[in-house]
Design a protein around this ligand. Sequence first.
Ligand SMILES: O=C(O)C1=C[C@@H](OP(=O)(O)O)[C@@H](O)[C@H](O)C1
Ligand SMILES: C=C(OP(=O)(O)O)C(=O)O
Length: 434
Amino acid sequence: MSIDWTSSHAPALAGEIAVPGDKSISHRAIMLAALAEGCSRIDGFLEGEDTRATARIFADLGVRIETPNASRRIVHGVGLHGLRGAARPLDCGNSGTCMRLLCGVLAGQAFDSTLVGDESLSRRPMRRVTEPLAAMGARIDSGEGGVPPLRIAGGHRLRGIDYITPVASAQVKSAVLLAGLQADGETEVREAHPTRDYTERMLAAFGWPIAFEPGRARLAGGHRLRATDVVVPADFSSAAFFLVAASIVPGSRLLLRAVGLNPRRTGLLQALRLMGADIREHAPRELGGEPVADLEVRHARLRGIDVPVELVPDMIDEFPALFVAAAVADGITRVRGAAELRVKESDRIAVMAAGLRRLGIPVEETPDGASITGGRLAGGEVDSAGDHRIAMSFAVAGAVAAGPVRIGDCANVATSFPGFVDLARAIGMAVAEG
Ligand SMILES: O=C(O)C1=C[C@@H](OP(=O)(O)O)[C@@H](O)[C@H](O)C1
Ligand SMILES: C=C(OP(=O)(O)O)C(=O)O
């Protein structure tokens, strides 16, 4: 393991910052703009490796995408049937969202496609999308055990499906809905635990008739997407690291500007408030059809909680950051119902537990969660296992640890949060490279 970052004790954090654009919305904006008729402009696009992979793939599929300046894209949509097959495999990099949503887009096209990913993505489960798509008539072959690479055979007619998702996953729901655009008849997705609804909201914004409510979405094939402009709000999941950092570093006060507060994303806000965090919302407003507000966060003494199980899907990407808050809280924090964390970019339960233990925090793992006994974080060396959210979470831990926290394998932070180190330093965190 190469050590990429050393995060050391920080004084009170202060400042007003804006984190980059939302990753989930940026992926979807490229996809729907590419499939629309006409020219769409995307503002606030996340310049991360994950979302750039999606843009590169649509360019490979024949879509002209201009970058007039950073965080902006002009997409010359080709319509639902205007993509052309690519000569080479489509590289989704580290991004589960890119690969799973693309399966839905490509399953109903006339041409064959091959989807590949990096080492981490090549271990992640894809049957959750290939099975419902097969039930709709798609032909998708995967590697042994249902992992990438995925070979999607074109030219198969799809039919609508009424699908109840077995895991709470916006990626699965989105893949089925995107395939439904090209299917005969109606497609309906129902979920026991509602997940983020960006695909539904954006389909409506691009003019596709769709009925949706939390836990349910229904559409029919045979319509058209019409180009529209998309404004992407700041990513709550990126803001999460600074919400935790300012909560745990004594004397801190931070303002995070115009953060996306879609209720299906803000479970961490609720969990931190239950722990005693002082986070206030100012100037609530709408941006690009999404609720946003400026978040003011001040240091507060945190206490351990049992994380309410119903919050889990609404904070699924925030558990690495929550584990760090739990590590310094008074008492025990218990997480359950979060087995999905084991199939993210890394096994986020195991990797966080191992790292926190190395920093002197007792953590007991369970198959679907963990118990973390808050205490005094020591310095030490931790492995992020190439997982962006784990690298950033341990950088936050270093700000309050008794000694420097040395973190391995941080390059993938560029997948979701380019510029993290600069912003962290701007508010007073002591993150050094190497
Ligand atoms: O739809 C999306 O944009 C995402 C859905 C979630 O994944 P699952 O659908 O696997 O829960 C989340 O973890 C991921 O970061 C982004
Ligand atoms: C799980 C994540 O993303 P994806 O599934 O798109 O790789 C994440 O960003 O935490």
